[in-house]
Design a protein around this ligand. Structure first.
Ligand code: SF4
Length: 337
């Protein structure tokens, strides 16, 4: 018997995975680790919380601070006001920019309206912005692999609109044209499927053999780690439940990765109540994970619901340990003592 751990879930026990494909008998949950909050989301959510503490409500936030319904609703109750555009914010007020980053034009509009900006852009998104600026300065054609219209892609492309083309998926490669095939680089959105992105790159390289790679991975550590964990557990699952919102790119990718790695079915849920009991018919092993913008309380709700249906044994599947923490934005950082 593997050792058991008290997970704090009513009716649930947890056993450490014994490896080597050993199968516990009966219904069980495989719980992916790492899952949930990444360093960039943690920082962005704390930024809004601290801004509210320091300045009081309302604190304006341009777009959803992170793509999670529960987080946005909780912050809205605490006094955050979410707006689509900066010109909806009263002159001189405080505005937080979301973790997904913004184009320089958004900073310009904010300055024109004398807004007090707190920029919660994830540092790993800022890194991609800096790459776009640098390669645009060197007059490269930049092929930005990412989802057309996604906030992060709009922000990154906005750094160098005359140099960036968005490549949405492998099939979109056929339409790409460049000025000089010897001076082309690809960059990417941080939250893509690693496998699909590599397929897009393969097809781009067939077309442009001297295509340059980004100086370092643009798909971030958190996206990659969550996909690796799902790939490890999905072959043993008949069903994978991904906790996350529909507009969360990295959460949607986890559903695709689970299906690609062998799970018979995979579904995205915002809350435990979204689980359809019909999904569980004939299922022995359920995999559970969560996107990078999902607080752990929502995963605990899902585990409690599954325990009610007899999936009381929870076995962690751990593929990495994450320790990265980002400093808060300068405007909100506590003073050094
Ligand atoms: S998913 Fe990656 S890029 Fe996005 S906020 Fe988290 S760490 Fe940053």
């Amino acid at each position: 018997m593997p050792p058991t751990i008290n997970m704090g879930i009513p009716g649930a026990t947890s056993s450490v995975r014994s490896g080597g494909g050993s199968q516990a008998s009966g219904k069980r949950v495989l719980l992916a680790e790492p899952r949930g909050y990444c360093a960039g989301v943690d920082r962005a959510v704390e930024t809004v919380e601290r801004a509210l503490e320091k300045h009081g409500a309302p604190v304006y936030v341009r777009h959803e601070i992170v793509h999670n319904k529960h987080v946005v609703e909780t912050l809205a109750k605490a006094g955050a006001v979410f707006v689509d555009e900066t010109d909806e914010v009263p002159e001189g007020a405080i505005v937080v920019f979301s973790a997904h980053g913004v184009a320089p034009t958004v900073h310009e509009t904010a300055a024109e309206r004398s807004l007090q900006v707190i920029d919660a852009t994830c540092p790993l998104v800022t890194k991609v912005h800096n790459e776009a600026k640098r390669f645009a300065r060197d007059d490269f054609d930049i092929l930005l692999i990412g989802h057309e219209g996604h906030e992060e892609v709009v922000g990154t492309a906005g750094e160098a609109p005359d140099h960036v083309q968005v490549v949405d998926n492998p099939d979109a490669v056929d339409k790409v044209t460049v000025r000089d095939p010897e001076k082309v680089i690809w960059l990417s959105q941080t939250t893509l499927s690693v496998d699909e992105t590599m397929e897009t790159v393969r097809r781009l390289r067939e077309k442009f053999p001297t295509l340059q790679d980004p100086p370092s991975d643009d798909i971030c550590y958190a996206t990659q780690n969550r996909q690796v964990a799902v790939k490890a557990m999905a072959p043993e699952c008949e069903l994978v439940i991904v906790v996350g919102s529909r507009n969360s790119s990295n959460s949607v990718r986890l559903v695709e990765v689970a299906l690609g790695a062998g799970s018979r079915a995979a579904h995205l849920v915002d809350y435990a109540e979204d689980i359809d009991p019909a999904w569980l018919e004939g299922v022995t092993t359920v995999g559970v994970t969560s996107g990078a913008s999902v607080p752990e309380v929502l995963v605990r709700g899902v585990l409690e619901r599954l325990a009610e249906y007899g999936y009381g044994t929870v076995q962690p599947v751990t593929t990495a340990n994450e320790t990265l923490v980002f400093a808060l934005p300068r405007e909100i950082r506590p003073p050094r003592s």
